[in-house]
Design a protein around this ligand. Structure first.
Ligand SMILES: Nc1nc2c(ncn2[C@@H]2O[C@H](COP(=O)(O)OP(=O)(O)O)[C@@H](O)[C@H]2O)c(=O)[nH]1
Ligand SMILES: [Mg+2]
Length: 318
């Protein structure tokens, strides 16, 4: 299962207690020698390109770091607790659930943020003062929202052949089936361009008229379009909705626009699939020139036109 949204709590460790202790010097004078408490553990989130979703958090809704150790006699400082480092997929947005404020956007591999700082250790009486209280750990309620980072996103009506095309382009093994919504979560594949760049392609579940109002699988997953460089709109002239290529395209664009205003501004490419089926040319007649976007005709089934599409994708993304 692919998880792209999860509510969790993080709890950093409290500082260790400072020690109150005295030792007897050789001149029989009593001196304070209580050591300081150690620091409580931080909770750190770090973006990692090898992590694909937020599944790690499903069975781990509360993440705790340990408290620092207490100080000891003879100036002994307590043990500081190690931070708990959680690896998140690139593109995870971290929000504070109580204030709704954005804490950080972990966009790129290696981005890191301390989401809850551990408490400092309490001072022991070695400093000639009274023992002071250690700092407490913090509990923070967080919302993690993943917005996948891909070069190319594939959108289309259900059954237009998005999964088959993804598999053709990248060797992914997305499920291909004859019923609509066989893909329930975004699928990622990577293809190596001729200059060895790794291009990430993401298939989104099918969109249909009314997705914005919750029809089908709804439109929440369109958030994964926000960070893509290119949207490939896959059209199927033989779709079950009796929409011509032109109307199908209009429906898809409308749904994208209903999700967020800026999504129609992302560069697009049109790919018309199933060119192997009889009657394809007839259904397409004269339509190519109507689009301002580049149009490619392919068959994800036979592989016809795929090489040309690959080259165009390489050129379109940086
Ligand atoms: N004839 C033909 N059938 C295709 C082509 N591409 C996909 N299909 C079929 O269309 C159906 C839906 O394909 P799928 O990739 O699961 O579509 P998705 O729902 O858009 O991911 C499957 O039965 C595929 O075999 C194609 O180029 N030609
Ligand atoms: Mg699919």
């Amino acid at each position: 299962m692919f998880i792209d949204e999860v509510a969790i709590t993080v709890q950093s460790g409290s500082g260790g207690r400072g020690c109150e202790s005295f030792c007897l010097r050789t001149d029989h004078k009593k001196v304070p020698d209580g050591g300081d408490g150690g620091k409580g553990g931080d909770i750190i989130f770090c973006a990692d390109k090898n992590v694909s979703g937020l599944e790690d958090f499903v069975n781990r809704r509360v993440i705790r770091a340990e408290a620092g150790g207490s100080g000891g006699a003879n100036f002994k400082t307590g043990r500081s607790s190690a931070p708990v480092v959680m690896r998140l997929p690139c593109g995870t947005l971290i929000l504070n659930r109580e204030t709704d404020l954005r804490i950080r956007d972990l966009a790129d591999h290696g981005d890191e943020v301390v989401v809850a700082k551990g408490g400092r250790g309490g001072a022991g009486n070695q400093h000639g003062r009274r023992v002071c209280d250690p700092g407490e750990g913090h509990a923070v309620q967080l919302m993690l929202i993943l917005k996948l980072v891909s070069h190319v996103a594939l959108v289309g009506l259900p059954n237009s052949g998005k999964s088959l095309l993804l598999n053709q382009l990248t060797g992914a093994r997305a499920k291909v089936d004859t019923y609509p919504f066989s893909t329930k979560s975004p699928q990622l594949g990577v293809f190596e361009a001729s200059d060895y760049r790794q291009l990430k392609i993401c298939e989104l579940p099918g969109i249909l008229e009314g997705s914005h109002a919750g029809k089908g699988l709804g439109n929440k997953f369109l958030r994964h379009l926000e960070r893509t460089q290119l949207i490939v709109v896959l059209l199927d002239p033989f779709n079950d909705y009796k929409l011509g290529v032109r109307e199908g395209y209009k429906v898809l664009l409308h749904e994208l626009g209903r999700y967020a205003e800026n999504i129609p501004d992302i560069p697009r490419m049109i790919v018309v699939n199933k060119s192997d089926l009889p009657g394809f040319a007839k259904r397409l007649a004269g339509m190519k020139s109507e689009f301002k976007e580049p149009v490619f005709l392919v068959s994800a089934l036979t592989g016809n036109g795929i090489d040309k599409l690959k080259q165009a994708l390489e050129r379109a993304v940086s």
